[in-house]
Design a protein around this ligand. Sequence first.
Ligand code: CMX
Ligand code: CO
Length: 146
Amino acid sequence: MLTRIDHIGIACRDLDKTVEFYRATYGFEVFHSEVNEEQGVREAMLRINGTDDGGASYLQLLEPTRPDSTVAKWLEKNGEGVHHIAFGTADVDGDSEAIRGKGVRVLYDEPRIGSMGSRITFLHPKDCGGVLTELVTSAQPAGHEG
Ligand code: CMX
Ligand code: CO
């Protein structure tokens, strides 16, 4: 069951500058940052709020690490902006299989590793009304996140 907005993914060209915009404008601080070489991104997670499933909601700021990455290609075509949304679930495996059964393309056979050791998969934007949609199961058990 999808129980929260886990994050909104925002593509940018300059991560440090974008982090500074969110800090100076809204007062949001970096909760966690990492490089995910498989996804081709350097990212900063800004924690916005906790949620009643024991998880949290974040903004995920994404800068490409290489020109052939999905985010680099997307930036070239669209410029900076909202790249994807992500729903949180305790069971990314079960939920992605159920959604696959409804005829929506799930991009990975098995979930891969996302922010903070989470397990993630993506649904094809062409099957989701133009919205690239990610499903996330956090690494920590509910109630111990962050
Ligand atoms: N949102 C909405 N539509 C998108 C999109 C996005 N983020 N990215 C691509 N599309 C659309 C394109 O506009 C294009 O549509 P048209 O044919 O109408 O022009 C179509 O999808 C194909 O796009 P493309 O530029 O040819 O891109 P690819 O098919 O090579 O890749 C996708 C698209 C979804 C398969 C790829 O972006 C992907 O694998 N995404 C999942 C991984 C990812 O995004 N990682 C970065 C984030 C990591 C994280 O969140 O942790
Ligand atoms: Co994401």
